[in-house]
Design a protein around this ligand. Structure first.
Ligand SMILES: CC(C)(COP(=O)(O)OP(=O)(O)OC[C@H]1O[C@@H](n2cnc3c(N)ncnc32)[C@H](O)[C@@H]1OP(=O)(O)O)[C@@H](O)C(=O)NCCC(=O)NCCS
Length: 222
């Protein structure tokens, strides 16, 4: 039996969070040994480091009771519109500098994956009222050996309560058509699909669809 406590995120959790992100971030699966994105640091910069450093108060982690290892997390922001600009301001120079000084030299397969995304990826068409109706968003990941123990549901409960306490009226999130376990998980927790479209995210996966799901927060504190 795996047992984990849920606690607020700290900046020192960054390495543990990047580890979980990399080992569960390929449409819910481990990226290790796939040989399509070996640059772990860049993966962290793109998907989780920003939240740990700059949205710490809106993030929570699951920590193994015995080993104290970070085994899962929920990262998010309450105001996505603002957060997108902030991500750009704070992370783009770090990402660019890392790509030009490290990725290009050491990780040709990662560079290929990025080029694929830059060439074929299209800017997403999000519903007009998304950020006003569902201002918050989240990312949740749990190491495979800790999945199916109720940790994900506990992290979601923690984040949703945090959103309600801050009087934010709704949450949106994105997943992909390949991620069957995430789709079932979000459905069980009351998230509804509001739009989907074709995406070119990974060069080895064809016919991938991006799914946008939402949930209104019944604001018991307002
Ligand atoms: C999706 C994820 C967060 C679920 O976390 P979890 O701790 O395993 O989920 P829980 O144990 O709290 O499950 C809650 C409910 O979700 C559903 N569910 C979770 N995993 C499922 C699976 N593999 N298959 C079908 N249903 C699943 C079930 O209804 C489950 O309730 P039950 O156990 O009573 O049947 C976890 O599988 C994960 O981190 N996956 C890899 C990363 C990822 O895909 N993140 C989402 C990216 S958008």
């Amino acid at each position: 039996m795996k047992d984990a406590i849920i606690r607020c995120c700290k900046k020192e959790d960054e390495a543990g969070i990047v580890n979980v992100c990399y080992h569960s971030g390929y449409m819910g699966e481990d990226l290790d040994n796939k040989n399509i994105f070996n640059d772990v640091k860049l993966f962290g910069y793109l998907f989780c480091v920003y939240y740990v450093r700059y949205q710490t108060e809106h993030c929570f982690v699951a920590e193994d009771v015995k080993t104290k290892q970070i085994v899962g997390y929920i990262l998010g922001a309450l105001n996505t519109k603002k957060q997108k600009i902030d991500f750009y301001l704070k992370m783009s120079s770090k990402i660019l500098s890392h790509v030009t000084t490290c990725t290009i030299l050491k990780y040709p397969e990662t560079l290929k994956s990025i080029m694929f995304f830059l060439i074929y990826g299209r800017p997403e068409k999000l519903p007009k009222n998304l950020f006003s109706e569902y201002p918050a968003h989240l990312h949740i990941n749990i190491l495979s050996e800790y999945q199916r123990y109720g940790i994900g549901a506990k992290l979601m409960e923690k984040f949703e309560n945090h959103v309600r306490l801050n009087r934010v009226k709704g949450i949106h999130l994105q997943t992909t058509s390949e991620n069957i376990k995430a789709i079932s998980f979000y459905n069980k927790l009351g998230y509804q699909l509001i739009s989907e479209h074709r995406i070119h995210l990974w060069r080895d996966i064809k016919h991938l669809r991006s799914l946008l799901l939402v949930k209104k927060m019944d604001n018991i504190y307002s």
